[in-house]
Ligand binder design. Structure first.
Ligand SMILES: *Cc1c(COP(=O)(O)O)cnc(C)c1O
Length: 399
């Protein structure tokens, strides 16, 4: 626990990253991978692309999953081997395809015939062979927020199952394309293993009824990411249940001999290691409600405004006052708990971190932490309202 004195050194708002928890999380993944030598994990760079975090993840031996040329550059700079990079995305620009080819990435996850055509043109003119997997839309509806489900027929991602065979045949006829396998990604923040089981059953069906019948071997099956984390009780579950996750695939996915299985975990790797530290500017006493107005807003952490996401919020200064009051020698033992809306300073009504939450009585200058903010926090920060981007600090314990 960082003391409120230690916190004084930080300019708020800022991200605080716990490298010890990241190390423990990576260790948990590695020990699961030891049991499965044909499993590979690619970290989804978009969850958090802070260079120091990327270096720590690359050093642990994970590959990278990129969705832009900028992410490919960030991954290479952090030390991820090019061969371990997968490049996904519905709208790959020409320069991004060229960069990926020049760098010699492991595979493109191709999302349309139109994109395959363009990759083939560039590979031909560069006299290279592009390794291509097809992202297939499995039409599986994951039980998560509708903005972060990606595998339904109506979502913009991937190639329809009905078109899979034609896509593979087309690729096999292109001399500068090497068909490397199939890719799927059904959504994010998925906690119900039944959703992943459903994905496995869909892949089994595609393999038995389409690939086997056509005599096609897919060397790689990539099941994407999406494993969720516990936003409500981060202290109880700091490291996600990777065993249950990998075991679901072990149990339900029927791999062919020699087939490699790839995962693209983002949130599950980095969410719990990050907190957003913020200070209270004002406690505004309204007629219906009391507002804790903090110096962080949707510009630093957009998830609550964008998806209605829930993050645990703690008033570290208030908790320190409560501990002091619990001391047998303390004079004042009345430490009320109040209900507040915690809001940011941005000129948008959706700039709200939480409504009607209980906090120790809160005052101007108090330090609050918004927990589980390591994924899709710093990477989604913006400069709206001419604000500065948040800084990041590294510690080896949660604040
Ligand atoms: C976003 C994304 C991921 C990572 O998702 P998480 O929910 O953070 O694990 C993996 N693969 C693809 C293709 C993605 O777009």
């Amino acid at each position: 626990m960082l003391s409120t004195n230690t916190l004084q050194q930080f300019q708020t708002p800022c991200y605080i990253y716990d490298t010890e928890l990241l190390a423990r999380t990576l260790q948990a993944i590695r020990s699961e991978l030891k049991a499965h030598d044909n499993y590979h994990v690619h970290y989804a760079i978009k969850a958090n692309s802070n260079p120091q975090i990327l270096q720590q993840i690359a050093a642990a031996g994970l590959g990278a999953d990129c969705v832009s040329g900028g992410e490919i550059r960030a991954a290479l700079a952090a030390g991820f081997p090019a061969k371990e990079i997968a490049f996904a995305g519905v709208g790959k620009a020409d320069w991004e395809i060229q960069l990926a080819l020049e760098s010699g990435i492991g595979m493109f996850n191709v999302e349309s015939f139109e994109e395959l055509e363009v990759i083939n043109q560039f590979a031909t003119s560069m006299n290279l062979r592009a390794r291509v997997s097809f992202r297939i839309n499995p039409d599986v509806a994951a039980h998560t927020h509708s903005h972060i489900t990606t595998g339904r027929a109506e979502d913009k991602f991937g190639i329809a199952k009905e078109d899979m065979l034609r896509a593979i045949r087309t690729a096999q006829q292109m001399p500068h394309i090497e068909f490397t396998g199939l890719h799927f990604h059904i959504g994010s923040q998925i906690l119900d293993m039944k959703d992943f089981r459903q994905l496995c059953l869909c892949i089994n069906d595609l393999q038995s009824n389409i690939l086997d019948t056509a005599g096609i071997f897919a060397p790689n099956i990539n099941v994407g990411g999406g494993l969720g984390i516990d936003y409500e009780e981060p202290n109880e579950h700091p490291v996600p249940d990777f065993k249950a996750y990998f075991d679901t695939f072990k149990q339900h996915l029927q791999l062919r001999d020699g087939q490699q299985l790839h995962f693209e975990l983002g949130r599950a790797v980095v969410a719990q290691m990050g907190s957003l530290l913020t200070r209270v500017l004002y406690v505004k006493h309204g007629h219906q409600k009391q507002f804790v107005i903090v110096d962080a807003g949707m510009t630093e952490l957009i998830r609550p405004a964008l998806y209605g996401a829930v993050h645990q919020i703690c008033n570290l200064s208030g908790e320190a006052r409560m501990r002091a009051a619990a001391d047998p020698h303390a004079e004042d033992k009345t430490m009320p708990v109040c209900e507040y809306d915690v809001v940011g300073p941005i000129c948008e009504s959706s700039d709200v971190f939480a409504k009607d939450i209980a906090l120790p009585e809160t005052f101007r200058g108090d330090f609050l932490v918004i927990r589980s903010a390591g994924a899709y926090g710093e990477t989604m920060a913006s400069q709206y309202n001419c604000r500065a981007l948040p800084t990041a600090h590294f510690i080896n314990k949660q604040p």
